[in-house]
Design a protein around this ligand. Structure first.
Ligand code: AMP
Length: 184
C-alpha cells in the first residue's frame, strides 16, 4: 500500500481582489483530490481557504482541518472534514499542520499566510526539515516577497541557499508537475 501524501495549504482567509486567486485556489483543491493526496489546511470556510476546501471536497478528496478554538466562529470552521483538529493556539495549529504534511503550498494571502510561510522557511533554514515549500505566484502576487528574499541574501543576512528552500511557481499546472515529482 502506498503511503498517503498530504499537502499543507497556507492561504488567505480573504479572497483578495483578483478573481485569479480564487480560481487558482479551486484548481489546487481539485488537483489535491484528484491526485489522491490529502488536503491539510486551516479548516475555515472563508476566503481562499474556503475555496480550496470546497473544491477538494466536491471531488471527494480527503481533508484535514486544523483550527484553534478561538477562530472556530470567526473563520467558520468546517465540521464536515474527514478530520478536524481543534488546537489551543496558533502555534499548535501551525505545528500540527506542518507535522501532518509532506509538502507545503502557500497561496496568495495576508499577514497570516506570511507568518506561516516564514515559520516553515526558517525551520528549513536551520535544518529542522526538508519538506518542499512552494509559493504559488498567481499573477505575480508574491513578486515583492521573492525580491525581498533576494535582497536579504544580497545584503548578507542569509546564505544564497535561502533561495533554494522555496520554489515559486507561476501557475497551478507547473505546481502540479512539481508536486507530483516531490510526492512520488
Ligand atoms: P491571512 O493570510 O492573514 O488571511 O491569514 C491566513 C490564515 O493564517 C488565517 O487562517 C489566520 O487565522 C492564520 N494565521 C494568522 N496568524 C497566524 C499565526 N501566528 N499562526 C498560525 N496561523 C495564523
Amino acid at each position: 500500500m502506498t503511503h498517503l501524501r498530504s499537502v499543507c495549504v497556507f492561504c488567505g482567509a480573504r479572497a483578495g481582489l483578483q478573481p485569479a486567486y480564487a480560481r487558482d485556489a479551486r484548481s489546487l483543491g481539485r488537483l489535491i483530490a484528484v491526485e489522491g493526496w490529502r488536503l491539510v489546511y486551516g479548516a475555515g470556510d472563508v476566503g481562499l481557504m474556503g475555496e480550496v476546501a470546497r473544491a477538494a471536497l466536491a471531488e471527494g478528496g480527503l481533508t484535514m482541518g486544523v483550527i484553534p478554538t478561538h477562530l472556530l466562529i470567526r473563520e467558520q470552521g468546517r465540521r464536515d472534514l474527514a478530520q478536524l483538529v481543534v488546537t489551543e493556539d496558533m502555534h499548535e495549529r501551525k505545528k500540527v499542520m506542518f507535522m501532518n504534511s509532506d509538502a507545503i503550498v502557500v497561496l496568495p494571502g495576508g499577514a497570516g499566510s506570511l507568518d506561516e510561510f516564514f515559520e516553515v522557511l526558517t525551520w528549513r533554514q536551520i535544518g529542522l526539515h526538508e519538506k518542499p515549500i512552494f509559493l504559488l505566484n498567481t499573477d505575480g502576487y508574491w513578486q515583492p516577497l521573492i525580491a525581498l528574499m533576494d535582497n536579504v541574501i544580497e545584503h548578507g543576512f542569509a546564505e544564497t541557499a535561502l533561495r533554494d528552500y522555496f520554489v515559486a511557481v507561476p501557475d497551478v499546472e507547473t505546481l502540479a508537475t512539481r508536486l507530483r515529482a516531490a510526492l512520488s
